[in-house]
Write a protein that binds this ligand. Structure first.
Ligand SMILES: [Zn+2]
Length: 417
């Protein structure tokens, strides 16, 4: 068993952000209050006052009218902060750390919540992939949760205003043996992803059907009188369809990304142009964008789990316009052109396959350190072992063909050309 730590971005709504700010304010109060109590005792009598003393005092404070607001804060948020303080003192007494300091108001902070296995509601929602925080409710997540529910969750905010949830669980994941293969991946709209070995991850068909259904239901909602019973019923129906789209989509992406991570040792992707993505208002495009970023994020963390190498190449790398055979770079390639012929070496290219191959080659250059790394390279050490094992075959799948066929919606999401 290994302990695996997770950190994911969460997107709390305005109300939740407000509550979280209140909680962290209370946690900071508890820390500073405890610190001043313990400091006094320590300075006067060299007393090693502890967590219990402070905890009891805070319980008393809650009964006074001045500090009654503390009752609105989940007690574990305060208790956990006092435990942090206790640990800081223990570290100080043991000579491992400096004397704890008072906390000033700051844009970045962290608080912790207990997650109790005896709380069946919480266990159930976690099993459904939802994170429900005490007093906050269900928070929107940027990626899915680990299967097991942790005992503690740290919610933090960074200086740029982003919120994160971190937790650790024991898991039995072993790094996989080398598969002897590497792949570059071109993300797209027509096909979700084209792999340099010729495999294609299609945009699932069932999603198109569901989107149609969703549109029908939304239209029907807009025709109903707002606030009426029929309207309320339809709101629930639309929400359910939304959830179904999301779950099926995620399920599909999981299968596809697991298949890739299992069969490849090095996975190279292009980082996405987020600015372009935000502009797309159409539902189908919005979903495609969400799928792309989720697909990449899944590949990234699964690569980490299984000890595979994950490389992101720069957004502006001209992967589509460069001939993978001779390196000739076109000035322009029309967005609608699905295939083209290199004017220099006359090689016929499938647009996406050529791009995927170029992404792989670029990723390997990056990984070998021959280019300024403007990008993320994970598991570099594993790559060194791999490069030795695979010496020579950089893009050994030159013969790969692309055959575009719909794939089974509940298949692996990945098929051979
Ligand atoms: Zn060429």
């Amino acid at each position: 068993m290994t302990i695996r730590a997770y950190k994911l971005q969460i997107i709390p709504n305005a109300e939740q952000r407000k509550a979280l700010e209140n909680y962290q304010g209370a946690a900071r109060f508890a820390w500073n209050f405890g610190l001043s109590m313990i400091s006094k005792a320590y300075k006067r009598r060299k007393d090693k006052a502890n967590y219990m003393t402070v905890s009891k005092l805070i319980t008393k404070l809650k009964k006074t009218s001045r500090y009654s607001w503390l009752n609105e804060i989940p007690s574990d948020v305060v208790a956990q902060k006092l435990r942090d303080l206790d640990r800081a003192y223990q570290n100080f007494f043991a000579g491992r750390a400096k004397y704890p300091r008072f906390r000033k108001k700051s844009p970045s902070w962290s608080i912790r919540f207990n997650f109790d296995n005896r709380h069946s509601g919480k266990v159930k929602s976690w099993a459904n992939g939802e994170m429900v925080l005490p007093g906050i409710g269900k928070v929107k997540l940027s990626q899915e949760l680990a299967k097991q529910m942790p005992k503690l969750i740290t919610i933090s905010k960074d200086g740029t205003g982003r919120y994160f949830a971190s937790y650790a669980v024991e898991q039995d994941i072993k790094p996989m043996a080398l598969a002897g293969s590497m792949v570059g991946i071109d993300m797209g709209i027509k096909s979700l992803a084209t792999l340099s070995n010729g495999q294609v991850v299609e945009n699932p068909r069932f999603l198109r059907h569901m989107l149609k259904l969703l549109r029908v239901r939304q239209k029907s909602l807009s025709r109903k009188q707002k606030g009426s019973n029929r309207w309320k019923k339809q709101v629930r129906r639309v929400a359910k369809t939304h959830a179904k789209v999301r779950n099926s989509r995620r399920d599909y992406l999981h299968k596809a990304t697991t298949a890739i991570v299992e069969s490849q040792d090095v996975i190279v992707v292009e980082s996405l142009r987020v600015a372009n993505m935000v502009k797309n208002r159409r539902l189908s495009r919005a979903i495609n964008d969400a799928s792309m970023s989720e697909f990449i994020s899944m590949l990234e963390y699964k690569s980490g789990w299984y000890g595979k190498m994950f490389v992101k190449v720069d957004t502006w790398f001209p992967s589509s316009k460069t001939c993978g055979a001779c390196g000739h770079k076109l000035d322009e390639l029309d967005l609608s052109a699905r295939s083209w012929e290199c004017p220099k070496c006359k090689t016929a290219h499938d647009r996406d396959l050529n791009a995927a191959k170029n992404i792989l080659a670029e990723g390997l250059r990056v990984a070998r350190g021959t280019r300024e790394p403007n990008m993320d390279v994970k598991n570099r050490v594993d790559f060194l072992a791999l490069a030795a094992a695979l010496s020579g075959s950089e893009t050994g799948e030159a013969e790969a063909r692309i055959v575009r066929e719909p794939i089974s919606p509940y298949g692996t999401g990945l098929r051979d050309a």
